[in-house]
Design a protein around this ligand. Structure first.
Ligand code: NAD
Length: 482
């Protein structure tokens, strides 16, 4: 895909290109070639977007609850009609294989789910000491919320944040990464197609400049940030100056514990698709540390490697392809340096560890799926986010050792447990320091399940009642009854 001119921002229902001189050449990672030029928001565009959002939010809240609920259901229907188009744009954004581009469907689910919140009670009344007053505890929208997304999840963040934010009565200024703006911009257009007030959802692709302007803007009531810890600290510092609350959804280094009684074929399959093959390891949800009980270590590794090393690598638009490129040449170099260092430190390179530099993939940023055995949990490979198709294998002997290794990380996003023993599944899950624990399955983010991190993986939740309430603030109204 090659765009004819710069891809514009979406502000107040209009495509805006003229006011921004800040253009970004978007590179398609599968070919290393440009596929679009994108206009980026700076301070002026953020001002315009927040103004448009403020006006639209008033129009939104002037609608009755049934009309707002129906509008979100209409939007879910429109998204449903454009699932294939959104998935294709997701591929163009960061070359995620189409076989993994399921976040458009996730967007539809979240919209349908949170439409159901619009007309449900958002508060309660409570008696008060010493009087017969009417004491109301209500939840109301912040007004305009800023949503900042990482390049690997613009539609997932639209699902988990824009849907509940609108359902709670807010307008949104949504900032996708400059590295992946295309699907988000199309989603913004679909909001208009569905009949939402222009300006209710503004899409402002930007880098650090536009992001910082959004967080510092006095018209923003709350920021929802998804990304890395380094950026999160900058966002939190800026938000402190602005005195506004922030939710942070950050990285992970999730442990995947395979007990000897597990269904080994299932565990090997899930570990491959939740590990190096999952968006080329470029997902916060990846299970990048696989802990295998001694008794089955060799057998598991054999089955796991058979799946990983035969996975189809190639053109992300081909539905049979399981592994695409990584986001950039800089990322590719960084990943290979981490792997080289891990090998120098004694890790056994079982497969991969190199760029795929021959044939039709040579110009893209392809890293072969990479597995290292006997990795030390204190090594950089085991402790830091690699964000590439790389996993570490480690051994453990008993439950206590598995839990100790799993928790021995700064992160706490996901954990995975494979066992047929329900009691063990439950007791181990409770001991794991992670916001979500998945037993005998993939991570399956759903609108009904609150998702988010412990420790350095962030705070706050998306999804479920908790995810809805993140976009509301509490008001107490007391009416004197004499
Ligand atoms: P990043 O931290 O580099 O950027 C995240 C977003 O912040 C981007 O939109 C970026 O443009 C913006 N940004 C950069 N500087 C800013 C500033 N000063 N002020 C405001 N915004 C600014 O992260 P990334 O490389 O885009 O994404 C990868 C990271 O995101 C990984 O750490 C991954 O684990 C994490 N992630 C977490 C989740 C989750 O749900 N927990 C989901 C997806 C990705």
């Amino acid at each position: 895909m090659t765009a004819a001119g710069p891809v514009g921002l979406l502000i107040g229902g209009d495509r805006v290109t003229a006011t921004s001189e800040n253009l970004h050449e978007h590179i398609y990672p599968a070919t290393g070639a440009p596929n679009a030029t994108v206009a980026l928001a700076g301070g002026d565009e953020i001002d315009q977007a927040v103004d448009a959002a403020r006006q639209a939010q008033r129009a939104w809240m002037a609608l009755t609850v049934d009309r707002r609920r129906d509008a979100l259901i209409d939007l879910a229907d429109v998204v449903h009609e454009h699932l294939d188009e959104l998935a294709a744009l997701n591929v163009q954004d960061y070359a995620v294989p189409i076989s993994y581009a399921g976040t458009a469907r996730m967007l539809e689910w979240f919209l349908r789910h949170f439409a159901g919140y619009v007309d449900k009670p958002h508060g309660f009344s409570s008696p008060v000491n010493g009087s017969f007053d009417l004491n109301l505890i209500e939840r109301e929208p912040y007004g305009v919320v800023g949503v900042i997304a990482p390049w690997n999840g613009s539609l997932a963040v639209a699902a988990s944040c824009v849907a509940p934010a609108l359902a709670a009565g807010n307008a949104v200024v949504f900032k996708p990464s400059e590295l992946a703006p295309l699907a988000a911009l199309r989603f913004g257009e679909l909001c208009l197609t569905a009949g939402l007030p222009p300006g209710l959802v503004n899409i402002v692709p930007a880098g650090p400049v536009g992001g910082a302007a959004l967080v510092r803007h006095p018209g923003i009531g709350k920021i929802h940030f998804t990304g890395g810890g380094v950026t999160a600290r900058k966002v939190l510092r800026a938000a402190a100056e602005n005195l506004i609350p922030v939710v942070t959804e950050l990285g992970g280094k999730s442990a995947n514990i395979i007990f000897a009684d597990a269904d080994l074929d299932q565990a090997a399959t899930l570990s491959a698709h939740q590990g190096p093959l999952m968006q080329s390891g470029q997902s916060c949800a990846c299970a990048s540390r696989i802990l295998v009980q001694d008794a089955i270590y060799d057998e598991f590794v054999e089955r796991f490697l058979a799946i990983v090393s035969t996975a189809r690598v190639g053109d992300p638009t081909d539905p049979s392809v399981r592994l695409g490129p990584v986001i950039s040449s800089a990322s590719l170099e960084r990943i290979l340096t981490i792997v080289d260092r891990a090998v120098d430190e004694g890790g056994d390179l079982l497969t991969g560890g190199h760029r795929i530099a021959e044939g039709p993939l040579a110009e893209g940023f392809y890293v072969a799926p990479t597995v290292l055995g006997n990795v030390d949990n204190q090594s950089a490979l085991a402790q830091d986010e690699t964000f590439g198709p790389v996993v570490s294998l480690m051994r453990f002997t008993d439950v206590d050792e598995a839990v100790r290794i799993a928790n021995d990380t700064q992160y706490g996003l996901n954990a995975f447990v494979h066992t047929r023993d329900l009691t063990r599944a439950h007791t181990v899950s409770r001991r794991l320091e992670a916001g979500s624990v998945w037993v005998n399955q993939f991570s399956q983010v759903s609108p009904q399940g609150p998702y988010g991190g412990f420790k350095q993986s962030g705070f706050g939740r998306t999804g479920g009642l908790e995810g809805f309430q993140e976009f509301t603030r509490v008001k107490n109204i007391r009416i004197g009854i004499s």
